[in-house]
Design a protein around this ligand. Structure first.
Ligand code: B12
Ligand code: SF4
Ligand code: SF4
Length: 386
């Protein structure tokens, strides 16, 4: 009976446009130790919200009184890879983030699904999440049969790890779906390929080293010691997924919501460096990149520009060095110090005369010092082109 119910709910989830769905019973986390150790080690970096409500994270039933089960959904994305030209912005943006924000596309459909469940089962209550609450979404979805947790910590199935997760908690008894077997085997490609060593051991991600953390979640200046390692990424990072053998056959999947939209597609790295606030609002409406705000995106674009070493980006960096906010000026100076050339040097010397901010001055001084040191053969090449 409850198995029929499960099949019905899964069918409704597919009706609502989700690619896959499954049901998990709500019970305390089976890998709770992993979360506690992760936080104790400081692997969450400055994402302070992950330290809070740990007891709820470890037991999602605490989020809804009387909750018995969760309907978990997967939304696949895999737009075709973008060309990796020197000045191209979008090859430095994680695949999930090139189109519409998944919170905006998944949440209304999940709510609609929740309403359908409540209408069909009078008295049942539901609660919907898409990365919006203290839920261990991957572990829950793993129990709902949507994949296994890979050594890169991603949930994946035989089709790929290119999918996002959401769930509806329900006060309804439903037979759970069958979990999938872990098919990572002896493979360690993701651990070996991570450009920053952010996967020091299987199933453990150290956010303090993760490019995705620095480019999406971190606010303020990026420490100088980290910048070179970020390579050409501007928002997020896909390296530990790109190398996964289970992800190699999915480039043909088309997911319209996740495709690059025209109003943003024409923007390149130079354009982002000098984008006005009005243009930013216009072009980035509904984009997940808004999470970094304009200042964070420009900061990341400077780091990417410095690591690309493309002299065509110098004029835009010069403009940012004089007109940008504090963090942008500091990062623009750093990028100019990496790219070099006489224009960069004279602009940095001028900036040293007029700059008043105590955090930008050392950036300019350090950039000028970098220009005095002749670059070694490969120091301007990025080791982790997306
Ligand atoms: C914080 C966060 C981040 C942080 C930290 C990532 C991390 N690995 O924890 C940062 C900013 C780095 C990040 C990056 C990314 N994220 Co993120 N992130 C989250 C968030 C909000 C919480 C994750 C969390 O609780 N981490 C704490 C750790 C301890 O938990 P966990 O990794 O889930 O691990 C649990 C299990 O995996 C299990 N486990 C641990 N060890 C072992 C061992 C074995 C053998 C097994 C079987 C299980 C197991 O135990 C843990 C506790 O239950 C979730 C949404 C959510 N609410 O869950 C999205 C989420 C995980 N992110 C997502 C995405 C898409 C990304 C990026 C791909 C974005 C990008 N392209 O840049 C990268 C991927 C980086 C990576 N390899 O994980 C998706 C993942 C979808 C999927 N298919 O897995 C999620 C689920 C968002 C969503 N709603 O779709 N993210
Ligand atoms: S997202 Fe990038 S930096 Fe983070 S663990 Fe994966 S490969 Fe490493
Ligand atoms: S690259 Fe290999 S170890 Fe890493 S998640 Fe994929 S199959 Fe598992």
């Amino acid at each position: 009976m409850t198995a029929e119910r499960r099949d019905l709910l899964v069918a409704w989830a597919l009706d609502c446009g989700f690619d896959r769905a499954g049901v998990a019973t709500l019970e305390p986390s089976r890998h709770g130790d992993a979360l506690e150790e992760w936080i104790a080690r400081g692997d969450h970096a400055q994402m302070g919200y992950l330290e809070r409500r740990v007891e709820v994270r470890l037991d999602a039933s605490k989020l809804l009184e009387g909750a018995r089960s969760a309907l978990c959904v997967a939304q696949h994305y895999s737009p075709p890879a973008q060309p990796n030209e020197l000045n191209d912005l979008w090859s430095g943006v994680a695949r999930y983030a090139r189109g519409r924000d998944y919170h905006d596309t998944m949440t209304p459909r999940l709510r609609e699904l929740g309403e359908r469940i409540e209408a069909a089962f009078p008295g049942v209550r539901t609660r919907t999440y898409v990365d919006t609450g203290p839920v261990l979404e991957r572990e829950l979805a793993e129990r709902a049969g949507l994949g296994w947790v890979g050594k890169n910590t991603m949930l994946l199935d035989r089709s790929s790890s290119w999918f996002l997760l959401g769930e509806i908690l329900m006060t309804l008894d439903v037979e759970p779906s069958d979990p999938l077997a872990d098919l990572c085997g002896q493979c360690t490609r993701c651990l070996d390929a991570c450009p920053t060593g952010a996967l020091p051991e299987p199933y453990r991600l150290d956010s303090r080293r993760c490019i995705s953390y620095w480019t999406i979640e971190h606010r303020g200046a990026i420490p100088m010691s980290v910048r070179e390692e970020l390579g050409e990424w501007v928002f997020g990072c896909d390296v530990c997924q790109e190398v996964c053998p289970w992800n190699h056959k999915t480039d043909a999947v088309r997911a319209e919501d996740f495709e690059l939209q025209d109003q943003r597609g024409s923007l390149d790295l130079a354009g982002l460096l000098t984008l006005s606030r009005d243009e930013y609002v216009e072009r980035f409406r509904g984009s997940p990149l808004k999470r970094s705000k304009l200042q964070g995106l420009r900061r990341n674009a400077c780091v990417s520009a410095g690591n690309r070493g493309d002299a065509r980006l110098v004029p835009s960096l010069l403009e940012l060095l004089t007109t940008g906010e504090v963090v942008e000026r500091g990062h623009a100076a750093w990028a100019l110090g990496r790219i070099g050339g006489s224009d960069a040097r004279s602009a940095l010397e001028r900036a040293l005369e007029v700059e008043c901010d105590a955090s930008v001055l050392p950036e300019i001084e350090s950039a000028l010092r970098a220009l005095e040191t002749p670059p070694s053969g490969d120091s301007l090449e990025s080791s982790n082109s997306p």
